[in-house]
Design a binder for this molecule. Structure first.
Ligand code: CTP
Ligand code: MG
Length: 229
């Protein structure tokens, strides 16, 4: 099945507090975006990539595409105000010949090609498939700083990316989101709201999302172990 990959990398990284767009912050000397591009380069099913970047960062992104050795066509496009807008903009320029679209956050540099492949593969039997991990911590609902209730973690999962969907379904879901003013923090939610069945692909905590300075420190340590050195 032919697949287009969307890498969303247009965020500003406010919570990382480095005064730089997050996808261009270095991890072991390479911008976060570099790692997702390398994964894409390793997967034969992916025939093209669309990368959303902050307006004006196209030259830096193009340089990373070259450095990562990506040989498939890569379209760079300025992202939108929110992540959901960025995905919609990117989807709009994916090839109509791709049956499957993979969406991945550049903020998750340690996702593996195997995880991408497992998500793509699961779209044969479901409307979508996402990387996720079962919740391990005990969860509290709060009223200010006072615990109001303990929430059972049974059957609760933390959603990650990559996330894979049929391209047509994802376009329809995003169109409907505009019409009905849905705001979602991931694409699976839009497919769910449209009645689609989305499968959970068990991932690992090493596929962390870099949000805060502490996450970047953890990722540096993990990357040293996973990538050597
Ligand atoms: N993203 C995007 N377009 C946006 C917002 C986010 O392409 N308008 C991307 C980010 O680049 C990131 C992913 O979506 O790879 C997840 O977003 P998040 O972790 O929130 O990153 P930022 O928005 O950059 O961080 P912050 O919210 O702290 O500013
Ligand atoms: Mg954000």
């Amino acid at each position: 099945m032919q697949c287009s990959a969307i890498i969303v990398a247009a965020g500003s990284g406010i919570r990382l507090k480095l005064n730089a767009p997050k996808a261009f912050v270095p991890l072991r000397g390479r911008p976060l975006l570099h790692y997702s591009l390398q994964v894409i380069a390793a997967l034969a099913e992916i025939v093209e990539a669309v990368v959303t970047v902050p307006a004006g960062m196209e030259p830096q992104a193009r340089a990373e595409v070259v450095r990562a050795g990506v040989e498939i066509p890569v379209k760079l496009i300025a992202g939108g105000a929110e992540r959901q807008d960025s995905v919609r903009i990117a989807l709009g320029i994916t090839s109509a010949e791709s049956e499957i679209v993979l969406v991945h956050d550049a903020a998750r540099p340690l996702a593996t090609p195997a995880l991408f492949a497992a998500c793509m593969d699961a779209t044969r039997r479901a409307d979508g498939a996402i990387a996720a991990i079962a919740v391990a911590d005990t969860l509290k609902r709060a009223d200010g700083r006072t615990i109001a209730a303990t929430v059972s973690r049974d059957s609760l999962w933390q959603a990650q990316t990559p996330q894979a969907f049929r391209r047509r379904s994802l376009i329809e879901a995003h169109d409907r989101a505009i019409r009905e003013r849905w705001a979602a923090t991931d694409d699976a939610e839009l497919i769910e709201r449209c009645g689609g069945r989305v499968e959970l692909i068990e991932s690992s905590a090493t596929n962390l999302k870099i949000t805060t300075p502490a996450d970047l420190e953890i990722a540096e340590a993990l990357a040293a172990r996973i990538l050597g050195g």
